[in-house]
Write a protein that binds this ligand. Structure first.
Ligand code: ADP
Length: 336
């Protein structure tokens, strides 16, 4: 800035001197030379004054800007907004204010993610604690006490079931985290819904047979829907698996499909124990299990994962249930 002012000043001085000399040579009047010189001196003085004034204003402005930005960065302080004018200060202040809003939003998101991570870690440590302490107890007993062959078999069976639980927990966590972070992208394609249902049902045939539970599926053969078949089957399997787990021997499970204008509605209905109304929202939370089901295998991640898969495809899940009369989990999947 200073160099530019000096450059302009030099140009002005040289032009004024040159004009004065030319006029003097034409008129031969010495007062022209004197007044030309005086004019040049005045111009230099005003130019110097202007340069100082602008330099001071600029340095004040830069100082203020730096202070505001420092306060924004260090203390998250809100910048002062200049009125609705079109000056350069107002324009900069407006942009600073926008930057501040974006920074605040990012801070809020980071804080939210930090809290979620903390909760997840404490949930995982809580889930892992029981199987690990069981494993320690069983191995200590095996190492320190004389046990019969039968007891040895029972203990090894216990070790096996605890490691299965840990493996299942680990795999479910990897799946949910990959889905949540977008590492796994669902691929929606036009697929027959019956194929997806068949895939989901194949996983529960054995369990249902052991408990003598009848499974009926009502779905039109030619019904095509744009969805990720593999992951939707996984979500439906989780619902069906729960239906088998929480339905007593001799019960019934019915899968039915309805075609709505915007969605295809898939109902998984069982004649199981039912879910208290006060628990119906909580059961979709990660690691949530009702008190009374602790005898049943599971870690409380099935419904959470199912909801994640369905929401990622633009759909949703809801539950209606009555204690003692069974439950219906309804999956709504959009046509496209
Ligand atoms: P998990 O079955 O491993 O406990 P889920 O996330 O699949 O975990 O289910 C969470 C809880 O919801 C279960 O612990 C159970 O209390 C309840 N629940 C889920 N499905 C049913 C069902 N069909 N009937 C009764 N209760 C159910």
């Amino acid at each position: 800035m200073k160099t530019r002012f000096l450059f302009i000043g030099m140009g002005m001085v040289i032009s004024m001197l040159a004009i004065s000399v030319i006029l003097f040579t034409i008129t031969d009047e010495p007062w022209i030379l004197v007044s030309g010189g005086l004019l040049t001196v005045c111009a230099i003085a005003w130019l110097l004054l202007c340069t100082r004034f602008f330099a001071k204003r600029l340095s004040l402005f830069t100082k203020g800007l730096c202070q505001t930005m420092d306060r924004m960065i260090n203390n998250g302080e809100k910048p002062v907004q200049v009125g609705d004018t079109e000056t350069i200060f107002a324009r900069i202040s407006y942009r600073l204010f926008r930057l501040y809003t974006i920074m605040q939003e990012n801070r809020r998101k980071v804080e939210e993610e930090r809290q979620e991570l903390q909760m997840l870690i404490s949930d995982i440590s809580h889930q892992v604690k029981t199987p690990v302490s069981n494993l320690k107890m069983v191995t200590d007993t095996l190492l320190e006490k004389p046990v019969t062959i039968q007891e040895q078999r029972d203990f090894l069976q216990g070790i096996r079931s605890q490691t299965d639980k840990l493996e299942f927990l680990f795999q479910s966590l990897v799946k949910t985290s990959r889905l949540e972070t977008g590492a796994i992208q669902l691929e929606k394609k036009d697929n027959p819904l019956l194929d997806t249902l068949a895939l989901a049902c194949s996983g529960i045939v054995y369990g249902a047979e052991i408990k003598n539970i009848s499974v009926t599926v009502q779905c039109p053969e030619d019904l095509h829907l744009c969805h990720d078949s593999k992951w939707t089957a996984e979500a439906l399997f989780n619902l069906l698996d729960n239906a088998v787990k929480y339905t007593p021997k001799g019960g019934k499970i019915c899968v039915s499909v309805e075609q709505w204008e915007m969605y295809v509605k898939l109902d998984v209905t069982d004649t199981g124990k039912g879910i208290l109304e006060s628990n119906q929202a909580a059961i979709f939370r990660r690691f949530y299990r009702e008190e009374e089901v602790h005898e049943e295998p599971g870690v409380g991640i099935g419904l959470y994962l199912a909801r994640e898969i369905i929401t990622q495809q633009g759909g949703y899940i809801k539950v209606t249930s009555e204690i003692g009369n069974g439950s219906t989990f309804s999956v709504f999947l959009p046509w496209n």
